[in-house]
Design a protein around this ligand. Structure first.
Ligand code: AP5
Length: 223
């Protein structure tokens, strides 16, 4: 069964954490525009340099660039997508609607991950990720079992993001409330919105998300 969902929420809401779990559990393809843009910035191209400046300030990259990135990935096909950090503006949401129509895909649900701003600051300032496999950790809530070594792949390349500081976070939150939060009403009106409590434990958040998704074909057929 193909499932296409959006994970919608402010920076640090847990979108990436839950997306990785859905990839493992359901075999969906994670389309994170943040990850795609970080790959673009490390390419060292002129476009990558411009993207890096915008991201480090905590502002949004232009709609044109991110819609282009998503269009490219959708044309590769897949067994269902998790849109993680996309769309982030009404223009991006409209563009995604057109892209899905063109490719005959349906949007099943928009998972709104609800968290409060104080929790976001704690989550963002304590976050680090594995530079090799992308596993996400946190100083307090999810440290690596062995200090400095990724639990999943054993890499010692653990990194903190350049935009994970309090200044950039303030801008990222403002951008979220000004430009992205209107999508809550947009998808509510389309009957797609499914709010979950993003402040719950990670496994409980995952269970809430599972609760709003269609039963996967493996579960339905017992295969
Ligand atoms: P992006 O990479 O998308 O970042 P973000 O939206 O700011 O979200 P984060 O990755 O910071 O947080 P998350 O919700 O994934 O949380 P995570 O699971 O890591 O975007 C970065 C930048 O790229 C943007 O600012 C912009 O410049 C640009 N960009 C990207 N997409 C764009 C677009 N569409 N248009 C324009 N520009 C775009 O969790 C955070 C921490 O909390 C982790 O340490 C985790 O372990 C912990 N945690 C997670 N869940 C829980 C839980 N339930 N309980 C306790 N701790 C938890």
């Amino acid at each position: 069964m193909t499932i296409n969902i959006i994970l919608l929420g402010p920076p640090g809401a847990g979108k990436g954490t839950q997306a990785r779990k859905l990839v493992d559990d359901r075999g969906l393809v994670q389309l994170s525009t943040g990850d795609m843009l970080r790959a673009a910035r490390s390419s060292g191209t002129e476009m990558g340099k411009r993207v890096a400046e915008v991201m480090d300030r905590g502002q949004l990259v232009t709609d044109e660039i991110v819609i282009g990135l998503i269009r490219e990935k959708l044309s590769e096909g897949g067994n269902g997508f998790i849109f993680d950090g996309f769309p982030r503006t009404l223009a991006q949401a409209d563009a995604l609607g057109h892209l899905l129509d063109e490719t005959g895909m349906v949007l099943d649900a928009v998972i709104e991950m609800q968290v409060d701003d104080q929790a976001l600051v704690r989550r963002i300032t304590g976050r680090y990720t594995c530079g090799n496999c992308g596993e996400v950790y946190h100083d307090d809530t999810k440290p690596t079992r062995r200090a400095g070594v990724c639990d999943v792949c054993g890499s010692t390349d653990l990194r903190r993001r350049a935009d994970d500081n309090e200044d950039s976070l303030k801008t990222r939150l403002l951008e979220y409330y000004k430009k992205t939060s209107p999508l809550i009403g947009y998808y509510y009106a389309k009957g797609k919105l499914a709010p979950v409590d993003g402040l719950a434990e990670m496994d409980q958040v995952a269970a809430q998300i599972e609760g709003v998704l269609p039963v996967s074909s493996e579960i339905a057929t017992g295969t």
